[in-house]
Design a protein. Structure first.
Length: 453
């Protein structure tokens, strides 16, 4: 407890030396003091309360004692005016006790803690002795209660110990009786066990004999089964080889016939379409030629040789690709990653593929040409989940094979005479497909053409 000092707004003490409590306020007295202050707290105005206690003005006495107990005890010690206000409420509530304390003769029948708490608040002559006496009385009473509790506890423990000893003796007698019965039962079980062990040993000897006979039978059966399985495997292997050779020969016959038929049919379609296109382009009249028709001249509406020369297109003109795809049965083969890394290299590979295939689908719909887009699949960790757009064939190279090799194989698979256009900036690819009869064009030309769709 904080030692008594002069409050900030306290009144002057009575003349003479001030009494000072030289020890902490006993806990019982402190609780009584806090209860007195909490009960009298509500009768004070906000101005009469110390600043640190004004926040508890609307609390009930019980909550005020619980949450503001330390603050009220400190205020009673340090603020004389607050202590006087509480003392006035105490005189109004307990006038007889207050008068007895003022006269120096506290009532003998009163609770020492109540007397000490009132003396602490009212501060009459000799209040320190009353508080100290109340603390000693409370300690003595607490010691007496503790001694009585200890005596009762010892008595209870002695009774429990006597009961436990009685129960232990009864349990010991019961366990002895059970032990004797168990010993007798064990002796009988031992006799039965010895008889059973003898029977088991005879049975084990018979089992060992049967097992030995069974093992010899199993060994003979295993040898026969191994021989039969070996012969069956040899026959199955010869049958599988025969069936494989037969199926391979049939497949070779079917594939050879199918590939050759496809190549011939495709070449025939190319020739027929070229002839029909040439017939439409020339639009020959049914009449026979006249000598005048062989004279070199410019007819109305026709182009001069100079104009014809001006129609030649450069390798960077997108119209060149349109002319090539307008040929009958034209086949456009695209080196996919070569085009995408030329046009939009910063995009992820998945988005590169989708963007290129979308443009090729539009181009296929516009021109009607066959289109095949080839991507390098040698380093793919898993199959690509991709739905090819309509009119565009999408191929990935196998492990150990590059997209360039797959493109050259596609060109070699076409029949001679069919117009095949290969889009790639790779010089090695361009030279290889050119030697195979295809027409190479740069990737930038296809990108320009797709930007117009």
């Amino acid at each position: 407890m904080v030692e008594r000092s002069e409050g900030a707004g306290g009144a002057d003490e009575a003349a003479g030396p001030a009494e000072v409590l030289d020890r902490p306020l006993p806990e019982g007295v402190r609780r009584k003091v806090v209860t007195l202050a909490a009960d009298a707290f509500g009768g004070l105005t906000m101005a009469e309360l110390p600043a640190q206690l004004r926040q508890y003005a609307r609390f009930t006495p019980t909550r005020r004692a619980k949450f503001a107990g330390n603050a009220m005890a400190a205020a009673l010690e340090s603020h004389a005016l607050f202590r006087q206000r509480i003392g006035e409420r105490l005189r109004e509530a307990q006038p007889e006790l207050a008068e007895a304390l003022e006269s120096g003769s506290p009532p003998a029948a009163a609770d020492p803690l109540d007397v000490a708490a009132a003396a602490y608040v009212l501060r009459p002559q000799g209040w320190v002795k009353l508080v100290a006496a109340a603390g000693e009385e409370a300690q003595r009473a607490q010691a007496e209660r503790a001694e009585e509790d200890a005596t009762r506890q010892v008595r209870r423990l002695r009774e429990e110990l006597a009961e436990a000893r009685t129960a232990a003796r009864a349990e010991s007698d019961r366990m002895r009786a059970e032990l004797d019965a168990a010993r007798k039962e064990t002796d009988g079980l031992h006799r039965k066990l010895r008889s059973a062990v003898s029977d088991v040993r005879r049975g084990e000897a018979a089992v060992r004999k049967a097992v030995a006979e069974l093992e010899s039978v199993r060994s003979a059966a295993a040898a026969d089964r191994a021989t039969a399985e070996s012969e069956a495997r040899r026959l199955k292997a010869r049958l599988a080889e025969t069936e494989g050779a037969l199926e391979a020969s049939r497949r070779a016959v079917r594939e050879g016939r199918s590939v050759e038929d496809m190549r011939v049919r495709l070449l025939l379609d190319t020739v027929l379409d070229a002839a029909q296109g040439l017939r439409r382009e020339l639009a020959l009249p049914p009449a026979s030629m006249h000598p005048a028709d062989t004279v070199d001249a410019v007819e109305p509406g026709r182009m001069t040789p100079k104009d014809i020369a001006s129609r030649a297109l450069s390798d960077t003109d997108p119209a060149l690709l349109d002319q090539l795809l307008a040929l009958p049965q034209a086949h456009l083969v695209v080196d996919g990653y070569n085009v995408t890394k030329t046009g939009y290299p910063t995009m992820p590979l998945e988005k590169q593929r989708l963007r290129l295939l979308g443009g090729l689908a539009v181009l296929a719909a516009q021109t009607g040409a066959e289109m095949t887009c080839v991507f390098d699949g040698a380093e793919l960790a898993a199959p690509v989940l991709l739905a090819p757009p309509r009119g565009v064939r999408v191929l990935f190279s196998k492990p150990g094979q590059t997209a360039d090799e797959l493109i050259r194989r596609l060109v070699r698979a076409e029949p001679p005479g069919r117009p095949v256009v290969v889009v790639s900036t790779d010089r090695e690819v361009a030279d290889g497909v050119a030697r195979a009869g295809a027409r190479p064009v740069a990737s930038a030309l296809l990108l320009k053409r797709l930007s117009r769709t």
